[in-house]
Design a protein around this ligand. Sequence first.
Ligand SMILES: *[C@@H]1O[C@H](CO)[C@@H](O)[C@H](O)[C@H]1NC(C)=O
Ligand SMILES: *[C@@H]1O[C@H](CO)[C@@H](O)[C@H](O)[C@H]1NC(C)=O
Length: 505
Amino acid sequence: MPQFINLLCLLSLASLASARLVERDTTRAPGFGSPRAVVVEKQPQDAAQLDINKLITVAKTIDQAAGAEDGAPPSTDVPETVITAVDGSITSAGSGTDGLLQAMHGDTPPDLSTGSVLQRRAIAVGDYDQVFVGTGTGPNDRDASINGIGYLTYTVLSNGTYDINACLNFCDLIGPCIFVNLYYEFNNVLTDPNGHPSNLKCAAYSEVHSAIEKTNFGGQTLIPGLGPTYIQQSGGWALRSPPAPATPDGYDLVFGPVNALTSSPQALNSVNLNTYDVQACANLCTRQAADPRFGLCKFFNIYRISNDGIPSTYACNVFALVTGEEHLVSPNGIVIRDSRGYARTNFLVDGGFEAYADCDWFCFTEHTANWDGITNTTVGFMDATVFYYETYAYVGHSVGLLGSAYANEYYPGTLQSKHAIQTIPGKSYVVSFFVDNTFSGAQFEVDAWHEVMWNGVAAQTWQAGYHDWKHYQTTVVGTGNDIFGIHGGKAPAYSFIDEIYIFQL
Ligand SMILES: *[C@@H]1O[C@H](CO)[C@@H](O)[C@H](O)[C@H]1NC(C)=O
Ligand SMILES: *[C@@H]1O[C@H](CO)[C@@H](O)[C@H](O)[C@H]1NC(C)=O
């Protein structure tokens, strides 16, 4: 029925409109369902699959294991999160990952490592379980300390007793700590916090380790006159129920923890990290450059990987497509744990116009449940509309149009969201969308233009010209209750708009 009404309006305005049309085929217009001048591709939804073989190879070859170094003084500082591999290539510190590091930390490094804020988590000693015990302390007993991933830092405890509680309290103080290794190191001279000589070391990890990782037997001669170092009574304790990581600002947990990774399409980047740092992975997604076909990062998956029963690395994979548990896989040869998927919070309702589905094949309208097409009523007619027509859409079946739908005149229109954007005042947001200016062909689309309207003011204007589906983005600042619109169109220079997102930066 809407089509019929539109047709009546068209007839009533036909004489007014005809005087303003430039010379061209007046039977061609989106409102008539005419085909585009050229064939354009829809977004390839299933392209750019994550390469799981590369992930497996990295997990089997990377060496992120560490323990308390002999030379390093005890400390409560935890190491900064760094990238250890990019897209299957293991990186050595500082080699070519500077851009990515900046992507993770920004220009001014934020305080990513929660452990550097020394705040007790008030985890009781009884919340830990012993994972393995050490050998005795007889003259000939020998043991080894853990050499494993997720090493954070260590402290020296008073060696009057084998002070398990003091070691667990130290873990409580180090934000990401979920495991400690407590052991004596002989033939080294260390000092406890009270200034007394001691040989009792407590090493903190963000990963749970097992006895098969006790591979550091010492053996270095550190003090002239003393023999090589050796280890005794190396025990391990793990937090029984580690707290779930905080959900990063601007993201929502989609799934997890599960013991499988997601092999979603539209993979944008795949890195390995030296620690299970959800915020660092979120930062990587937030700062990931837009893909020409898929746009911005909208989803990430972070997980722990073990190889041959030994924790080997942490993976952070970022995607342009949000997926749930439908793509979860458990690759052969490695074990995935603590896998979580987070989606970027979209502040715009129905940015793909998909909620408009009032027909089976072809229809269009100026008003949907979520959008208003605003026309300059003194001179224009249907200058901003929403179409249900799969042929015109980039993704799905619906799409927005700027420019007089029946080619009545050449005035611009505005597609405005009916829902005020619930922003945080002063925060920056990125507006991301795709535009297709091919409808009338290269000659008649030369004047195609569009602009992002933020509270009625143009945030950015593009003299786009002729092109097929192309990604655009601009940055706006929230005031708390913002009105979003996209303005433009100059029939026959039509602009189709699809896949609009507003994300927090
Ligand atoms: C404590 O550590 C000091 C310094 O290494 C060492 O001389 C002493 O024998 C240790 N005491 C015990 C009980 O192991
Ligand atoms: C409506 O169109 C006329 C003619 O181009 C223009 O002068 C006027 O500013 C427009 N009004 C609005 C609200 O865009």
